[in-house]
Design a protein around this ligand. Structure first.
Ligand code: FMN
Length: 181
């Protein structure tokens, strides 16, 4: 079972990137995983040919992963343009989307009281359009993120419990879809 983690924030001290690092370190022990870097992707232009190396690498990482874990910031009630850009790139060219049939978990961290809930619902809609199979429950929102981290470590007992639960559900969903023992 291989995981790919993607933070939607390019900010140096990003809480979402910390959350991704935390999940990898704390909850993916014993599993293979990679953390994607979407910061070097150009802005999507449909005419681009051939695909940039950064895009090719991202697509390979997605294709070789069984389960993808996203953490999105909330920008003006939606996901980040950086993450939407990455999703658009990896969905093309037509007939060669890297996303189709991937199992995914969505998390979010924000400094607000809703913890990025509105960004998650937009992201859920976008990922549905590229045939990603989403874990619906539990939902993982890290609100008031500025109070919840020590370095990369998430000090939130409930959120940690929900993360563990979501990973277990993603593995179950993978097995239902792909019949792996
Ligand atoms: C352009 C912009 C728009 C934002 N809009 C929202 C918002 O709609 N809801 C919210 O909870 N936080 C909002 N925030 C605050 C972010 O939650 C906060 O900057 C957070 O730290 C971003 O995630 P990061 O730490 O992973 O970069 C916004 C921040 C920026 C820069």
């Amino acid at each position: 079972m291989k995981f790919l983690l993607i933070s939607g924030s390019l900010r140096k001290d990003s809480y979402n990137t910390r959350l991704v690092n935390h999940v990898a370190k704390q909850w993916l022990n014993g599993y293979e995983y990679e953390i994607a870097d979407i910061s070097k992707l150009p802005i999507y232009v449909e005419d681009t040919d051939p695909l940039p190396d950064t895009v090719r690498k991202l697509k390979e990482q997605i294709k070789s992963a069984d389960i993808i874990i996203f953490s999105t910031p909330e920008y003006n009630w939606s996901t980040s343009s950086a993450l939407k850009n990455a999703i658009d790139w990896a969905s093309r060219p037509p007939g060669d989307s890297a996303w189709k049939g991937k199992i995914a978990i969505i998390m979010s961290a924000s400094t607000g009281m809703l913890g990025g809930a509105r960004a998650q619902y937009h992201l859920r809609q976008i990922l549905s359009s590229v045939d990603v199979i989403l874990v619906t429950k539990p939902e993982i929102f890290v609100s008031f993120a500025q109070d919840k981290f020590q370095g990369d470590e998430l000090k939130d007992e409930l959120a940690n419990k929900l993360i563990k639960n979501a990973i277990d559900n993603a593995i179950k969903l993978y097995r239902i879809h792909y019949k792996e023992a």
